[in-house]
Design a protein around this ligand. Structure first.
Ligand SMILES: NC(=O)c1ccc[n+]([C@@H]2O[C@H](COP(=O)([O-])OP(=O)(O)OC[C@H]3O[C@@H](n4cnc5c(N)ncnc54)[C@H](O)[C@@H]3O)[C@@H](O)[C@H]2O)c1
Length: 454
């Protein structure tokens, strides 16, 4: 028999994939009325089988740590770009002398179809977080979904609802929630020793990420199912800048640095302050650093949020690394008795002193810098998820915690895009008195994709 050329093989695989995809899609549409698959209960020593959806930089990082957890194995790799799944297969399996997972696919619905897969890791770009998470919950799987939880507030709310309805464990990839030094710092803030906290500042300054020079649209690489990469996002020609990793700087797929790093840092602020969401947001900023480059999202941005008893501020800059406290990222809690600062390296407290016309007295005990005791808290976060899969307890970054922390970030971006203050009804999760702004709370999906909320 004549051997097929690589090009012919690829072409046939794509066609076969598309056909399989449409069958699966038809089935998904029917799933709305079909009973969801129940999740199986896992004993302490049962092996847990996971599937990775999105084999890019972070998906591979996540899976690397899942494979370190006792009694966890990977049963499927999924990416719309064959090169990305091949890379995951090579570095995580072949290079380690391990057998690669039996299923390697471009279509995540094939992973969800596997009854013996207990959980999925969603490491796709942000515009592809909600649907795989929701569909996985419906299929009886637990989900470790990367931050930011979703592209919109409405997607986040739907993810919470579906996770609860099907009683699934859903953890967002904000690994700081499982870091001992962040936990200590948050407990110190909550202890009241700082006194009344009036201002919380969070920031990210990335000096390693500068200009994104424009490049022309082109054909997508032959290894990619580009239509599936776009998924619910608007159809447009392929452009390399909008693709792997740099998708973050385009509104169709992400929220720029406000949601990329805000997801991590605002989450710490929310955790320590015990709040759900702000009552208003204003934002200024723009493409000040790289006015003519390809990015849509601001390279420089400051957001101010109102809470009943304190103010919260976000700052970011791309192409500059010296943020407040000469740190590239962090969270500061300014209070009557002192200031606590925490970042990925550790935390410390600088005490405030009494008025200078009196003998100077510290109002709080200073806490010298406590260096992070472990840099492996990402693994701890993954372990926490696996533990919760067995215990059925809520994980450290439960989906609802993630959703709440993302609200401030999304409101910051809505205020930025509309250039005006946004008022938020915290209880009902609605923008107050601004129908144009309310439209940004959700997003229209490109057919045939639909945001299922049940
Ligand atoms: N927790 C953290 O510290 C951390 C760090 C980096 C990134 N992230 C998050 O991880 C996610 C991925 O980021 P990245 O930098 O790895 O991006 P990336 O572009 O390197 O990887 C995303 C991968 O998903 C694939 N993909 C896209 N649509 C898909 C689909 N429908 N089905 C299957 N695969 C699909 C892409 O082809 C790509 O290989 C983002 O949401 C990002 O915010 C988290």
């Amino acid at each position: 028999m004549k051997r097929k050329s690589r090009r012919q093989f690829l072409k046939e695989s794509v066609t076969a994939g598309a056909a399989a995809g449409s069958t699966l899609l038809a089935r998904e549409n029917l799933m709305a009325s079909a009973a969801p698959a129940p999740g199986k209960s896992l004993g302490a020593n049962d092996r847990i089988r996971v599937g990775l959806i999105g084999c890019g930089g972070m998906g591979r990082g996540d899976l690397r740590d899942f494979l370190q957890v006792k009694n966890v194995e990977c049963a499927a790799l999924c990416d719309v770009d064959d090169q990305q799944s091949a890379m995951a297969s090579k570095v995580l399996f072949e290079d380690q002398g391990l057998q690669k997972p039996a299923l390697v696919t471009r279509d995540f619905r094939r992973v969800l179809d596997q009854r013996d897969i207990d959980a999925v890791i969603v490491g796709t770009p942000d515009h592809w977080h909600a649907l795989p998470t929701i569909m996985a919950c419906r299929a009886g799987k637990d989900v470790y979904v990367e931050k930011p939880l979703a592209l919109t507030i409405a997607e986040g709310r739907a993810m919470v609802g579906v996770a609860r309805k099907y009683n699934r464990v859903v953890q967002m990839g904000t690994q700081q929630r499982s870091a001992p030094h962040y936990t200590e710092a948050v407990e110190y803030v909550k202890s009241g020793q700082l006194g009344k906290i009036r201002l919380v500042r969070a920031w990210a300054y990335l000096d390693w990420k500068g200009e994104l020079p424009p490049v022309p649209d082109s054909d997508p690489p032959p290894t990619v199912d580009y239509d599936m990469w776009l998924g619910p996002a608007p159809k447009r020609p392929y452009n390399k800048n909008r693709f792997h990793f740099t998708f973050r700087w385009f509104w169709d797929y992400s929220g720029g640095l406000m949601t990329d790093w805000g997801a991590h840092m605002i989450d710490i602020a929310n955790w320590a302050m015990g709040v759900k969401a702000p009552s208003s947001a204003v934002s200024v900023g723009g493409k000040y650093g790289y006015p003519n480059d390809a990015m849509e999202t601001p390279d420089t941005q400051q957001v101010i949020w109102a809470f009943p008893e304190f103010t919260m501020i976000w700052e970011h800059m791309l192409g500059a690394g010296r943020g407040p406290e000469a740190r590239e990222h962090g969270v500061l809690f300014h209070a009557n008795n002192g200031v606590l600062v925490v970042d990925r390296g550790g935390w410390e407290v600088y005490p405030e002193t009494d008025r200078i016309d009196k003998p100077r007295q510290y109002k709080a005990a200073g806490v010298p810098r406590r260096t992070a005791v472990t840099q492996t808290y990402h693994l701890t976060h993954v372990q926490n998820f696996v533990d919760c899969m067995r215990s059925r307890k809520r994980p450290n970054s439960d989906v609802e915690i993630g959703h709440n922390s993302m609200i401030a970030c999304h409101l910051g971006n809505i205020a930025q895009r509309l250039g005006r203050q946004i008022k938020w009804d915290v209880e009902n999760e609605k923008i107050i008195g601004d129908p144009e702004a309310q439209k940004f709370v959700s997003k229209e999906y490109r057919a045939p994709w639909k945001l299922t909320t049940t």
